[in-house]
Design a protein around this ligand. Structure first.
Ligand SMILES: [Zn+2]
Length: 285
């Protein structure tokens, strides 16, 4: 699968679009993401963090992915923010075709060492791996603080260090910190485009934007023009899901779950479709 995934990123890089990566933790969200991707004929990445996997089930997520893949082979299952080698081994062995090793909380040398080990294991099993350099703050939820107070200069990815990191670790793609943060914050996110440009030039790698939710459409598109190849969306979907679920449960006419949960999936699909249009990944399969 690694070769096929690299081909997809290369297509995105050449054709100037970003692959949308959407997190899920329930079947309703998963159904909505796939339905949105199918209706827009877009390649799509479905992601699960460690917490989401613990809830949904790691083996269960692989089984669901395989069933979806048979109907729509433009989907990639991705293990998001995997923080230890043991957990990388677990998802690779379970059948994840793409993984993210997140050693960003570690000192640089330790991040380098552990990412290298994770990349070696992933590649030996034909699995695509994303590394991470720089700190991306926050959880995928709504925050009350201001971004100015949480994003510090030393958390941002340094182009020269990124060059060394990708060369030594041999990761296939890189998650970077350029003013992005997980979740929704008091103000709009402001991306450091000069830094993005410098990182792309220094590394020549496929780049990933985490914490995409709450970014202006024009900023997404500028980032894509400068070489951003994958954009992660979680909070925008979570917020839409919670609202639709509450409404569905409140207004239900009977107690049959699939009579009101279908609308919840449709709401998720609409969020996904909107992002696909912004990311210009529609009609790319
Ligand atoms: Zn993330």
């Amino acid at each position: 699968m690694r070769r096929k995934i690299i081909k997809l990123y290369r297509q995105a890089d050449k054709q100037g679009f970003a692959i949308g990566a959407f997190n899920f933790s329930t079947n309703e969200i998963l159904k909505g993401i796939i339905s949105g991707a199918m209706s827009k004929k877009a390649p799509i990445i479905i992601s699960m963090s460690e917490g989401e996997r613990a809830y949904f089930g790691c083996e269960e997520s692989v089984a669901a992915y395989k069933a979806i893949f048979r109907k729509y082979p433009h989907v990639v299952l991705h293990a998001d923010h995997t923080k230890t080698f043991e957990e990388i081994k677990k998802v690779v062995d379970a059948g994840y075709p793409s993984v993210h090793f997140d050693g960003s909380r570690l000192e640089y040398d330790e991040n380098l060492k552990q990412t290298k080990q994770a990349a070696r294991y992933a590649h030996r099993h034909g699995v695509f791996i994303e590394g991470e350099l720089g700190g991306i703050t926050g959880g995928s939820t709504t925050h009350t603080e201001s971004l100015k107070d949480v994003i510090k200069e030393d958390m941002l990815t340094k182009p020269e260090q990124a060059k060394e990191y990708v060369k030594k670790t041999k990761v296939d793609s890189l998650a970077i910190s350029i003013g992005n943060a997980h979740g929704l914050w008091k103000e709009q996110k402001k991306l450091d485009f000069d830094r993005l440009k410098a990182i792309k030039q220094a590394t020549g790698k496929f780049l990933v934007l985490h914490g995409g939710s709450g970014t202006l459409a024009e900023d997404y598109q500028k980032a894509i023009e400068l070489g951003m190849n994958k954009i992660n969306i979680n909070t925008d979907v979570r917020v839409a899901f919670a609202r639709a679920l509450l409404q569905g449960v409140t207004n239900r006419k009977d107690d049959v779950p699939y009579h009101y949960l279908g609308e919840v999936s449709k709401t998720v699909a609409r969020v996904v479709e909107d992002k696909i249009i912004i990311f210009k990944s529609d009609n790319k399969i």
